[in-house]
Design a protein around this ligand. Structure first.
Ligand code: DQA
Length: 143
């Protein structure tokens, strides 16, 4: 099984970005964690990050066409992008919405997600370890 792990805007700046909220792990650490976890689980993973919404839409279209499960941290797009929602709605396999922080403990504008009602499940507030848990859940589903 192959999983796409897609990360949206500002997530490339993990480590230096508001570490009190997002933790001290860098984006490179996040990629390494996903790749190590996938190796342990015997699955393939492709971890990507973009600050460009059109690129994210193309990756979601690719996942839909290739029938791949997706772990999606859409970052700020979660809260306002109908386009990311519409692309995500085309997915045929599991969609796990993920946030490093617990968005429900934060500002009111982060409480609404354009993704949660079309996602298979949501993980929030578990930091980078949430990615490992998402991959484990997908691997067990596939076993
Ligand atoms: C985030 C939470 C979003 O509200 C925020 O805009 C992000 C990151 C998270 O991983 O906690 O950029 O998705």
């Amino acid at each position: 099984m192959k999983v796409l792990v897609l990360n949206g805007p500002n997530l490339g700046r993990l480590g230096s970005r508001e570490p009190d909220i997002y933790g001290s792990s860098t984006y490179a650490d996040l990629v390494a964690l996903c790749e190590r976890t996938a190796g342990d689980l015997g699955i393939e993973v492709d971890v990507r990050q973009t600050d460009h919404e059109g690129e994210m839409l193309e990756w979601l279209h690719e996942a839909a066409d290739r029938r791949l499960p997706v772990v999606l941290n859409a970052a700020a797009w979660t809260h306002y992008s109908v386009a990311v929602r519409d692309a995500s709605a085309q997915l045929t396999e599991s969609l796990l919405e993920l946030h490093l922080s617990n968005v429900h403990r934060r500002e009111g504008f982060r409480h609404h997600s354009y993704l949660s009602d079309i996602a298979t499940g949501v993980i929030a507030g578990l930091g980078v370890r949430g990615y490992a848990l998402a991959l484990r859940w997908l691997a067990e589903l596939d076993a």
